[in-house]
Design a protein around this ligand. Structure first.
Ligand code: UDX
Length: 431
């Protein structure tokens, strides 16, 4: 099938590559000419495992091309995916300016019947508005259908998630358009949920915000554990064994960040308010999340007698492992708090350091996890990159001023810590 994907970000690029891998003829459109040049040369502007190898293979196979021209994109695709960013705007509302700009471009260049599909997370009613933009621009209604097909892939595991989705949601008010998309997705052999467009748009927000609530729930329990001496991992294991609860997304830590959960919580809260519903549960989840990192840093401050004149090592800066994305990363919050109180910071991340350097050029970025410990009064583990799990704690301890680890993601085991003689403080346990 001839497929066009508009937007080559964390969602658009992996999605497009998976379509190409399935044998479709894929053309990506991106306005950013520098990005287009990079992709044509087989280079990926983002860090996402496996993407570069698949890009090179797809370019060689001739099944993946990229252009800055929406005109070319519209000539090419029978199905055109909109996968541009919908960041948080004013009042928590999703900023849809990129989606509207693409819709206006589509209206300008549409030249044959096209199924226009929104992959981006968009508020209920966005499909209606895209339809209206095309009609207002004089495009005949018979030339297109607008379908919602929310993307559920996670950063860091984008390719496997896109190759093996646990469900595919197609929101279409026209059965023929829904069937065309089913044909495209059939090789993935995933369960397909076909529904109306508005329900589909809401499914994405409901899913992401439910995940945020789930994480905030276990983080709220973690606060109780710290007081009563229970262990949050044991509690999560016990809860998660009930299949009605499930063991995923019950990892207590510094809270949720990233490019999706925070903005989707804010956006659904705003959508609910606009509909006259006060979504208190969502606001409470947000509040728990806001307190989580602050509370953790306060525990550290209490433990070491304030940060003035102290050196703190940061392990991990990305909002989660296996990505270079730092949008709403907990590291940024921590850096700001530490800087405000006069700490010296030594930070390491395998992929995201350069992105943080652009915001905080005044802290020290080191080249290995071990080096964060040089003369440090404490280490904070912020992001649970795999390489930190096998860090040589004995060597780390030898170069630190004080052997103290604050584990924000519950990565280390008590055995590892005891053997290396560290003081250890973690989320959801007394100490
Ligand atoms: C999320 C959704 O999972 C995905 O379906 C959607 O398409 C995009 O948004 P993503 O933002 O890439 O994906 O990351 P995710 O793995 O969901 O993690 C989000 C945040 O929650 C991270 O900050 C992570 O550290 C945190 N988290 C996740 C926890 O604190 N505990 C958990 O148990 C799981």
């Amino acid at each position: 099938m001839k497929v066009t994907v508009i937007g080559t970000g964390y969602v658009g690029l992996p999605t497009a590559l998976v379509f190409a891998d399935l044998g479709n003829d894929v053309l990506c459109v991106d306005k950013d000419e520098a990005k287009v040049a990079m992709l044509r040369a087989g280079q990926v502007p983002i860090y996402e495992p496996g993407v570069e190898a698949l890009l090179r293979r797809s370019l060689d196979d001739g099944l993946f091309k990229v252009t800055p021209s929406t005109d070319e994109g519209m000539q090419h695709g029978e199905v055109v995916f909109i996968a541009v960013g919908t960041p948080q705007g004013d009042d928590g509302e999703a900023d849809l300016s990129a989606v509207w700009a693409v819709a206006r471009d589509i209206a300008k260049y549409i030249c044959h019947y096209t199924i226009i599909v929104t992959k981006s997370t968009v508020p209920v009613g966005t499909g209606d508005r895209i339809e209206q933009i095309l009609v207002d621009a004089g495009v005949d209604r018979s030339m297109f259908d607008v379908v919602s097909n929310p993307e559920f892939l996670r950063e860091g595991t984008a390719l496997p998630d896109a190759q093996h989705p646990d469900r595919i949601v197609i929101g279409a008010d026209n059965q023929a358009a829904a069937h065309k998309l089913m044909e495209l997705f059939a090789p993935l052999e995933a369960p397909v949920i076909i529904t109306d467009r508005r329900s589909s748009e809401l499914i994405k927000y409901a899913s992401n915000t439910f995940l945020a609530i789930k994480i905030s729930f276990i983080n709220a329990i973690s606060r109780m554990c710290e007081e009563c001496g229970a262990d949050v991992s044991a509690v999560a294991r016990g809860m998660g064994s009930d299949p009605r609860i499930g063991n995923k997304f019950l990892q207590a830590g510094l809270g949720w960040g990233g490019s999706c959960l925070p903005k989707d919580v804010a956006a659904l809260n705003k959508i609910a308010a606009d509909l006259g519903y006060d979504f208190k549960m969502l606001q409470a989840a947000d509040e728990v999340n806001e307190q989580q990192t602050r509370h953790f840093v306060q525990r550290l401050s209490d433990r070491i007698g304030g940060f003035q004149g102290k050196t703190i090592g940061l392990l991990g800066l990305a909002f989660k492992p296996n990505t270079d994305d730092i949008r709403d990363a907990k590291s940024l919050e921590i850096i700001e708090m530490l800087k405000a109180e006069g700490a010296t910071i030594r930070a390491y991340d395998p992929a995201a350091a350069e992105n943080v350097r652009a915001i905080h050029p005044d802290i020290t970025y080191v080249n290995s996890a071990l080096e964060t410990g040089q003369n440090a009064d404490a280490i904070i583990l912020v992001t649970e990159w795999n390489e930190f799990k096998s860090l040589d704690l004995t060597r780390l301890g030898q170069i630190m001023r004080r052997k103290l680890i604050f584990d924000g993601r519950r990565v280390f085991t008590p055995y590892q810590i005891e053997r290396a003689g560290f003081e250890y403080v973690t989320v959801g346990a007394k100490g």
